[in-house]
Design a protein around this ligand. Structure first.
Ligand code: NAP
Length: 340
């Protein structure tokens, strides 16, 4: 089998394809012949040495794949081989064959191709946890989705529209017409105009009920100020850490220095709440994840979950795929295809 290895921290040229012995499924696992691999921002952070959760190089990242089950280990339903599935992988997703615990594997609904199936797990589960589980977004409320044109952003838009919320989304301006066609109510060009003043002027100074913010640092302070009374701020990433040219340690010190500190009395008096989401720390909650995934896959069948793949890159072009996302060119998901 082949894997894309992060050989050391650095630019895209540190990604190298290496041959490995084919894996064999252990008890409770399935072996998947991978067709498509979802690329996530976390993979880029890992390559740059900015993602503390990732294994140390040389390592293989990748949180999600789709493909066909080739074999199963002891104790797994023997009718599974041949089924088309999507799966959550705890790293190692950048592989053309992979063994995954059965509980992290889901049969692909008939209407989805492998590319769009690989675009579902991380983006939709994260958005679902942020909006439905912890953010409690209700019909008639409003949500601000940061990076609305990205993978998680588009998933969040689908879910918010399904809940009949009013949607505000920040993104680079070239993505606005696409977002409005998808149903976004208010597109904000946060790179050229302060999003806080845009939100406040669009809401008559009140703010919005839910904000999901993967940028981090001082952006969280501003997002908090854009919350209406009863508002909730979901924090789930620190993309801002990639913007600095400082060394790794200094980047994190700067990030910490810019972060807000929330005081319980302040939260109480403002009628606001803050929470965090890290899907990568949910491996022990397989039952919850499976329940959310069933809702999402039902949403595919009902038509409101619409995974959007912007571009596919060949397995050999993982570096180009990373560069494309880093240049902020992607609208929705970027997927690697194995050609197998
Ligand atoms: N906690 C979790 O469980 C979890 C799970 C999934 C993702 N995340 C986080 O959510 C964020 C989005 O992830 P994603 O995989 O869906 O990526 P993505 O949004 O598809 O891709 C990146 C997009 O983010 C925007 N962006 C903002 N700051 C950027 C920067 N410094 N460099 C490059 N692009 C930047 C760009 O769009 P615009 O210029 O249009 O804004 C870019 O197109 C990331 O911070 C990721 O770490 C967290």
């Amino acid at each position: 089998m082949k894997q894309i290895v992060i050989t050391k921290y650095g630019d895209t040229d540190v990604l190298k394809i290496q041959e490995r012995k084919d894996p064999k499924p252990s008890a409770g696992e399935v072996l998947i012949a991978v067709k498509a691999i979802g690329v996530n921002f976390a993979d880029i952070l890992a390559r740059k040495g900015l993602y503390p959760d990732a294994p140390k190089p040389p390592c293989v990242v990748g949180y999600e794949v789709s493909g066909v089950i080739e074999a199963v280990g002891q104790g797994v339903d023997s009718s599974m081989p041949g089924k088309s599935v999507l799966a959550l992988t705890r790293f190692n997703g950048y592989s053309d064959k992979i063994c995954v615990p059965e509980r992290q594997v889901f049969v692909i609904p008939g209407s989805l191709d492998f590319e769009r199936a690989a675009a579902i797990p991380v983006n939709y589960l994260t958005a679902y946890q942020l909006i439905c589980v912890m953010g409690g977004l209700r019909k008639g409320e409003s949500i601000l989705i940061h990076n609305a044109g990205g993978g998680v952003g588009l998933a969040a838009l689908d879910i918010s529209l399904h809940l009949e919320a009013t949607t505000y989304g920040t993104s680079s301006a070239n993505k606005h017409s696409f977002l409005m066609e998808r149903g976004l109510n208010h597109a904000l060009d946060y790179r050229h105009r302060d999003f806080l003043s845009s939100v406040m002027s669009l809401t008559d100074g009140r703010g919005v009920e839910l904000i999901i913010d993967p940028i981090g640092g001082k952006n969280w302070k501003k997002s908090y100020r854009a919350l209406r009374s009863t508002g909730r701020l979901g924090m789930f990433g620190v993309s801002t850490v990639t913007e600095s040219t400082m060394g790794r340690v200094f980047r994190f010190i700067k990030l910490l220095a810019q972060m807000p500190w929330y005081n319980p009395l302040g939260l109480m008096n403002a009628n606001k709440s803050v929470f965090g989401v890290n899907l990568g720390h949910m491996w022990k909650e397989g039952d919850k994840i499976a329940g959310w995934m069933q809702e999402i896959l039902k949403g595919v069948e009902d038509g409101w979950v619409r995974p959007h793949v912007d571009r596919t890159f060949l397995f050999e072009q993982a570096g180009e795929a990373h560069a494309y996302i880093e240049a902020r060119k992607n609208i929705g998901k970027i997927v690697l295809v194995t050609g197998g």
